[in-house]
Each structure stands twice: as structure tokens, then as C-alpha cells.
Ligand binder design. Sequence first.
Ligand code: GTP
Ligand code: MG
Length: 386
Amino acid sequence: MEVLFIVLAIVVIALFAIAGLVAAPVRRRRARIRTTTAPRLATPPPEVSSPPLPAEAVVPTSGLDVPDPTAGRLIRLRGRLARSHNALGRSLLTVLSRDHLDEEAWQEIEDTLLTADMGVNAAGELVSALKDRVRVLGVRTPAQLRTLLRDELLAQVGTSTDRGLVTAAHDGHPAIILVVGVNGTGKTTTCGKLARVLVADGRTVLLGAADTFRAAAADQLQTWGDRVGAHTVRGPEGGDPASVAFDAVQRGNVQGVDTVVIDTAGRLHTKTGLMDQLGKVKRVVEKQFPVDETLLVLDATTGQNGVIQARVFTEVVKVTGIVLTKLDGTAKGGIVVSVQQALGIPVKLIGLGEGPDDLAPFDAEAFVDALLGEPTAISPPPAGTR
Ligand SMILES: Nc1nc2c(ncn2[C@@H]2O[C@H](COP(=O)(O)OP(=O)(O)OP(=O)(O)O)[C@@H](O)[C@H]2O)c(=O)[nH]1
Ligand SMILES: [Mg+2]
């Protein structure tokens, strides 16, 4: 009996030992899977079977930035716009308030508009509209002139233009935004700032680093993404940008994010090979879903050349909106009008600085008010000054 008891005890101990040996690797494997699953997004994606992300793709969720809300951003950033642009409004109002407006005065007004890059057609139209209204008005008070100029500038900038961006998932897949432009205009920065805008508005975002020319470009984008918890899909340096863009859209769709924002390499509009490559990026993405927005990033300081760039880019990838960057560093805000009028492409976003939240949805009224400056701007200089 005693012997039987001892044998039974040995059998039980042996069984426990075998069970332990089998369970250990399973536990280890489970632990490994937990550390490589997709990052948690601000809003949990719908139940989808997501392929695991590589370990380096996991975005930390603690210590994320909380971007400024987007509502009224341009109003908040208006001061920055006014600093570089209200000289335009001031000089126009100063000439308009002369007692006698002769041809020379009107030429001066037109020249001022051309210097601000408004473009020949828009400047001509504005001058003739102003001429008509000044004639009807007769005697002019500074306040009347300001209203008149505001109305006519608004008419040129366009108040009824649709400047909305498609950023919400639709038809069961994410919205797709492709960001294009020549070198150094601010594409990557815009993708990063845009991700912040979207996150601030409650969207979930995935970034695609389709600038594969330099590893640093993907690092730059990923840094922006990491700050707001947006995952960045990237490929090998020198890899096919179209394939990275395709992967980003596929991954974004599987994860159920709202918006996929794809950064592309800077390319001169005159380089046919590079422009063809861009066309391919869009075509390959569209094997999955249509691109909702193709945003052309233009550096406002490059002036009328922006119109030429826009013409070529839109022939290749059908641009749906302009992002005008570096408006904080130039008085050439008239490009807003010339690009729209020459090509019918609305300015949708403007960049007003290097800060992470210095990107604002374009608002015609806030823009024109910034050009005109404060109403007091045309009051006579205090005595003793010249
Ligand atoms: N002042 C100012 N600087 C800006 C603005 N937007 C971008 N920049 C700066 O412009 C420089 C170029 O920005 P990137 O985003 O790297 O430009 P990119 O178009 O991605 O450049 P490539 O990828 O090399 O073609 C950076 O120093 C940005 O900080 C803006 O609105 N205002
Ligand atoms: Mg870049």
C-alpha cells in the first residue's frame, strides 16, 4: 500500500513537471506577441485582424503632445500674418485716401498689388472694381475706403470657395491625403503639422514616409508622428516610394484609422522622370482606394513661380488644394489669389511659422483683415513724426 502511494505521488509530480515544460514556451510566445502588437491609437480602431507591427514601429502613448485646437487658429495667428502683410493694406489705403485719384495713383495701386504677387489679371480686375466704386462714392472717409477695399479683396480671394479637406474615413476606408511639391517647400513639416491638426480634431492618423531618397526624411516624419501617437509606415532608403505609399494605405485601412497622410520627396516640376514617379505613386495607391486630397505645398516666398509649379503638378497628379507655407516670412500673400485664379485650385491651408501648431485652415476673411491691419493703421502720424 505504502509503495503504491509513493508510486502515485511520483507520477503526479512527473505530470506537473511535464505540464510546466510545455506551458513555458507558450507563455514566452504570448509575451513576445504583446510587445509587438500595433500601437494603441487615441480612438481604438474597429475590430480588425491587424498584422503585427515590427517592434520599432510601436509609438509610445504616454507623454504625447496635446496640439492646439484648430478652431479659430487663423484668428490666433493673424498677428503673424499682419506683421509681414499689413504694409500692403496700409499703402493701398494711403493712396486711396488721396483727394484726387489720377492715373498715376491708380498705377501705384496696381504696382503695389503686383509687388504682393497678386498676378496681372487679378490686380487689373481689382483696380477697375475700385475705380468704379470710388467714383460712385465721391467723398470718401477712411472707414468707407477700408470697407470698400475689404469687399474687393474678398471678392478676389473668394468667400464661397470650398476649402474643406476630406479627412474622415468614408466608404469603409480611411481618407487619403497625398502631399507633393518641389524641394524644401515644407511638405514634411506640413504632414507633421497636419497630423497634429487632425489629432486635435479627434481623428486617428497614420503617416506614410514615401520620401525614400534619404532615411533622414522618414526619421523627420516619424518624429512628428511620434509626438502625437501617429504611426509612420516607412520603407528602406532608396526603396520604391509607390510601394511605401501602398503599404501605408493598406496598413491604415487594416488599423481602421481615419486619415492616411503620405509625404513624398521634393521634386522639381521640370524633371520629367521624377514627375512620372509621382504619377506612379498616386496610381499605385489608387489600386486600393481613390486619393481624396492631393495637396501641393508652395513656398509663398517663391512668388509667381508657384503658379508654374502648380500648373505642372496638377497635370500629373490633379492637385485638389494648395498649402501655402512661409507666409510669415514674406509680404507676397497675393499668391493666394493668383494660384486660385490661374488654375482654379483653392488655398486650403497656410503655414505661418516653424512652430508645431503654426498651420491653419485658410479663412478668406481673417486673411483679408490681416492684410488690411487694424482700422487705426491709416490714421495720420502723430505730430512731430514724419
Ligand atoms: N517660417 C516658416 N518656415 C517653414 C514653414 N513651413 C516649413 N518651414 C521650414 O521650411 C524648412 C523645410 O521644411 P521641410 O518640411 O523639411 O520641407 P520639405 O518640402 O519636406 O523638403 P524636402 O523633403 O527636402 O523637399 C524647414 O526648416 C521648416 O521648418 C512655415 O510656414 N514658415
Ligand atoms: Mg521632406
